[in-house]
Design a protein around this ligand. Structure first.
Ligand code: NI
Length: 167
């Protein structure tokens, strides 16, 4: 296992569409393991393979809610709620940038696991947001494409202070 370099905005690869995974082999498993290490170190909530320079439809999500890490291969959103939610969003490929993005409150994603078996995953709130954010990466999109308002440095400081008070 190894830490991989996270691609930053400005690199044209982030704008490319990722290709379907066809082989569920050691190479894929190494990628997934490395992505986990990379995400853990960066303390992010999710990572798409394109963010480590691999144009494959692979996403991991770990939102620290006790449910552990989810590995989603060839994921597709099959259901979204009409109800939406506006909240802050950031991205490991856009360090220091935060914005308000409207996302569906609940989404259901169909994806393969590392053995190639199809499963369904339900996401609500932050998890739904992460699913949408990471799946956007597979199409070459980043959250600033959908942002309703970017946060200023003051907004970021205030949000951080609020979080500290809550903890
Ligand atoms: Ni991102």
């Amino acid at each position: 296992m190894a830490i991989r370099n996270i691609v930053k905005i400005g690199d044209p690869i982030l704008r490319k569409k990722s290709r379907k995974v066809e082989k569920f082999d050691q190479k894929l498993w190494d990628l997934l393991d490395d992505m986990k290490d990379t995400l853990d170190l960066a303390q992010g909530a999710g990572l798409a393979a394109v963010q480590v320079g691999i144009l494959r439809r692979v996403v991991i999500v770990d939102i620290d809610d006790g449910k552990g890490l989810m590995e989603l291969i060839n994921p597709e959103i099959v259901e979204v709620s009409d109800e939406t939610e506006e909240s802050e969003e950031g991205c490991l490929s856009l360090p220091g940038q935060w914005g308000i993005v409207k996302r569906p409150k609940t989404v259901i994603v169909r994806a393969q696991n590392r053995e190639g078996k199809w499963c369904k995953f339900k996401g609500e709130g932050l998890r739904a947001r992460c699913f949408c954010h990471e799946l956007d990466h597979l199409e070459g999109n980043v959250f600033t494409d959908f942002v309703s308002k970017m946060l200023t440095e003051d907004d970021i400081r205030r949000a951080r202070d609020e979080r500290i008070r809550k903890d």
